[in-house]
Ligand binder design. Structure first.
Ligand code: FAD
Length: 535
C-alpha cells in the first residue's frame, strides 16, 4: 500500500462563467451584459461533476445502428445511450437549438446571438458530439425560411424547448430536430456533383440516391440536396411520410470516427424518399448556404471551447502538481507555455463573441452583414485549424496523465480536427474569403476600414491592414516581391500581438492560404516564425 501524493484533484464543479473572465468581458463588450446572471447560472450547471460524467458516458457508449428487427423488417433507427439524451434535454431546454429565432422564425433582437454563443461555448467545453443536431436545427431555420409554408408549419416544433427522442411523425412530437445531407461519395465540397435525383410526386418530390455522410440520423427531418429537373435543389426530407408511414431512408452503416463518438454519422440510401422542396429548383446551394453560414460559426465556437477546456485542465493541473519543490505553474518555462495558450484562447473568445455581435446586428446593418460574410469563413479557418495543436500543447502540460483516456484530454484531442473538416474544410474556407472579397469588394473594404479603426492602437495592425487591402484591391498583388517584406512583418506581428484583434489575423491567414503563398510555417498560433519569414 502507498499513499497517493502530488496528484491534482478532479477538475469538476467549476463555475464556467464566473471563472472565465475573457468570456465575461467579451459578452459584456458585445452587448450581452444584462444576461450575466442567467449565463452564470448556466455556467455553474454545465460545470458540475454530473455533466462531465454524462459527457464521459455518452462518448464511451457510442450510438448503435439498428438496421432490422429480429424478423427482418427494416428499423433504420439509431440507439443512443441515456447520457446522450440527457445532454440533448439540457441543451434543447436551454434553447441552444433555436434561441436566436422569434416565433415567426425571424432573427431575434440583440444580444440573442451573443448570449447563445456564450452558452454554446460553455456547453461545448463539456461535450460537443450532441451539439451536432443542436447546431443543425438552429442553422436549418435560415434555409427553411426560403419556403414560408413549410417553415411556418414546423416552427412551433422547432422552437419547442422539449427534447422528444421518440421515433414518431413530427406532428405527433413535442419538439423536433433537423439535420443536413449534402455530402455524397463522389463529393462533399463540390456538391454540384450530387447524383441523387428528385422526381415530382404530387405535393412533393421523391428522392432516390444516397448520402455518404449524414450525421445525427435520428433527426426528424433533413435538409438535403438533390438534382431536380431545374438543377441542384434543396429539399426537406422527413423521417415519416405525410401519411404517417416510415419514409424511404435506409441507413447502411454508422461511420467509425476518430472522435465525435457520442454523435452518430450515417451512410444512407434514399428509396423514393418523400421530400418538400425548399427554395426554387436549381437554387439548392444558394438556399442551403444560409444554413451553412451558421453551422460554420458554431464550428468556430466549438473549437474555441475545446481549447478553453484543454487550457483550463492544464492550468488546473499545473497549479496543483509539484515538480522540484515548486508548483509546475510557477516554473518560468511552464508559465510561458500557459501564457501563450491563454493568449490564443482569449483571442478566440474575443473573436467569436465579436462575430456573434455581427450576427446580432446584421439584419439591420449592412456593414455588420458584410462582416459576417467575410469573417465567418476566416474565423472558422483560423480557430478550427489552430485548435488541435493547442489541445495537444495542453495535453503535454499534464504529462503522462494527459495522454490517458480517463483524463478528458484524449477526447478533446480526437474531437478537435473535425471542426476544420466538416462544414467546409480549410482550403475551402480560405477560397470562400477570396470569393467574398471578389463578389463584394466594396463591402469587404468597409469591413476592413472598421476593423482597422478598432485595431488602430495595436502594434503591427497597420501593416496587417495594408496586406489585406492589397488582397482586396488585387488578388495578384500579394505575389509581388514589393509586398513580401511588409507581409512578413505583418505576420511577425500576428505571432506576437494579433491575439488582441483576431479578425485581422484570421483574414490574413486565410488570404495567405487562399492565394497560395508558400507555406513557411504551420498553422498553429504557437508555431515559431522561421527566419526567412521576417522580411
Ligand atoms: C464526422 C463527420 C460528420 C459529417 N456529417 C455530415 C453531415 O451531416 N452532412 C453532410 O452533408 N456532410 C457531413 N460530413 C461531410 C463533410 O462536410 C465533408 O467531408 C467535407 O465537406 C469535405 O468533403 P469531402 O469529404 O468530400 O472532401 P473533398 O471535397 O474531396 O475535399 C478534400 C480536401 O480538398 C480540399 N479542397 C476542396 N476543394 C478545393 C479547392 N478548390 N482547392 C484546394 N483545396 C480544395 C478540401 O479543403 C479538403 O481538405 C461529415 C464529415 C465528418 C467527418
Amino acid at each position: 500500500m502507498h499513499e497517493v501524493l502530488n496528484q491534482s484533484p478532479p477538475y469538476v464543479d467549476v463555475d464556467f462563467y464566473g471563472s472565465d473572465r475573457p468570456l465575461r468581458d467579451a459578452v459584456a463588450v458585445n452587448g450581452g451584459g444584462r444576461e450575466a446572471a442567467a449565463l452564470a447560472e448556466f455556467g455553474r450547471r454545465w460545470g458540475t461533476a454530473q455533466m462531465f460524467e454524462l459527457a464521459r458516458a455518452a462518448n464511451e457508449n457510442p450510438p448503435k445502428l439498428r438496421t432490422f428487427d429480429p424478423r427482418g423488417f427494416r428499423l433504420d433507427t439509431v440507439e443512443f445511450h441515456p447520457a446522450y439524451h440527457r445532454l440533448m434535454t439540457e441543451s434543447i431546454g436551454a434553447g441552444l437549438h433555436a434561441s436566436t429565432w422569434t416565433t415567426a422564425l425571424r432573427p431575434a433582437s440583440a444580444p440573442a446571438h451573443v448570449v447563445r454563443a456564450a452558452r454554446f461555448y460553455m456547453t461545448a467545453q463539456v461535450e460537443t458530439g450532441h451539439l451536432c443536431p443542436v447546431t443543425m436545427t438552429h442553422a436549418a431555420v435560415a434555409a427553411l425560411t426560403a419556403e414560408a409554408d413549410v417553415a411556418q408549419k414546423l416552427a412551433p416544433k422547432i422552437l419547442s424547448r422539449d427534447y422528444d427522442a421518440r421515433f414518431l411523425p413530427w406532428l405527433e412530437k413535442k419538439g423536433i430536430t433537423l439535420g443536413m445531407g449534402m455530402t455524397e461519395k463522389q463529393g462533399g465540397t463540390d456538391v454540384r456533383t450530387n447524383t441523387s435525383r428528385a422526381e415530382r410526386r404530387g405535393d412533393g418530390y421523391g428522392i432516390t440516391g444516397h448520402k455518404w455522410f449524414m450525421s445525427a440520423p435520428m433527426c426528424d427531418a433533413f435538409l438535403v440536396l438533390a438534382q431536380a429537373q431545374g438543377g441542384l435543389t434543396c429539399f426537406l426530407m422527413p423521417r415519416f411520410r405525410p401519411d404517417g408511414t416510415i419514409n424511404g431512408l435506409h441507413f447502411q452503416r454508422l461511420k467509425d470516427k476518430l472522435g465525435n463518438r457520442s454523435n452518430a454519422s450515417s451512410e444512407v440510401e434514399f428509396l423514393d424518399a418523400f421530400v418538400w422542396r425548399v427554395g426554387e429548383e436549381g437554387r439548392g446551394v444558394r438556399t442551403i448556404i444560409n444554413m451553412v453560414q451558421l453551422t460554420r460559426f458554431d464550428c468556430a465556437i466549438a473549437s474555441a471551447a475545446l481549447v478553453r477546456m484543454a487550457l483550463a485542465q492544464a492550468i488546473h493541473h499545473t497549479r496543483h502538481r509539484t515538480v522540484f519543490q515548486k508548483h509546475l505553474a510557477d516554473h518560468p518555462l511552464m508559465r510561458r507555455v500557459l501564457a501563450d495558450m491563454s493568449l490564443a484562447s482569449e483571442g478566440m473568445a474575443a473573436l467569436i463573441m465579436r462575430l456573434a455581435r455581427s450576427f446580432d446586428l446584421a439584419p439591420d446593418d449592412p456593414r455588420e452583414a458584410a462582416r459576417t460574410r467575410l469573417l465567418t469563413p476566416a474565423v472558422k479557418y483560423w480557430v478550427c485549424k489552430s485548435a488541435p495543436a493547442l489541445v495537444y500543447e495542453a495535453m503535454e502540460c499534464l504529462g503522462g496523465n494527459g495522454y490517458v483516456e480517463e483524463s478528458v484530454l484524449p477526447r478533446l484531442y480526437r474531437e478537435a480536427p473535425v471542426n476544420a473538416i466538416w462544414e467546409g474544410s480549410g482550403n475551402v474556407m480560405c477560397l470562400d474569403v477570396l470569393r467574398a472579397i471578389a463578389t463584394e469588394r466594396g463591402a469587404a473594404s468597409s469591413v476592413l476600414d472598421d476593423i482597422a479603426q478598432e485595431a488602430a492602437e495595436l502594434p503591427g495592425a497597420s501593416e496587417a491592414v495594408s496586406f489585406i487591402r492589397t488582397a482586396i484591391s488585387s488578388a495578384d498583388g500579394l505575389h509581388s516581391s514589393r509586398q513580401r517584406p511588409r507581409c512578413a512583418r505583418a505576420r511577425l506581428w500576428l505571432h506576437n500581438c494579433s491575439r488582441g484583434h483576431g479578425s485581422l489575423g484570421a483574414m490574413m491567414r486565410s488570404l495567405e492560404q487562399a492565394m497560395s503563398r508558400p507555406r513557411t510555417q504551420s498553422c498553429s498560433l504557437t508555431a515559431p516564425c522561421r527566419r526567412d519569414d521576417l522580411g
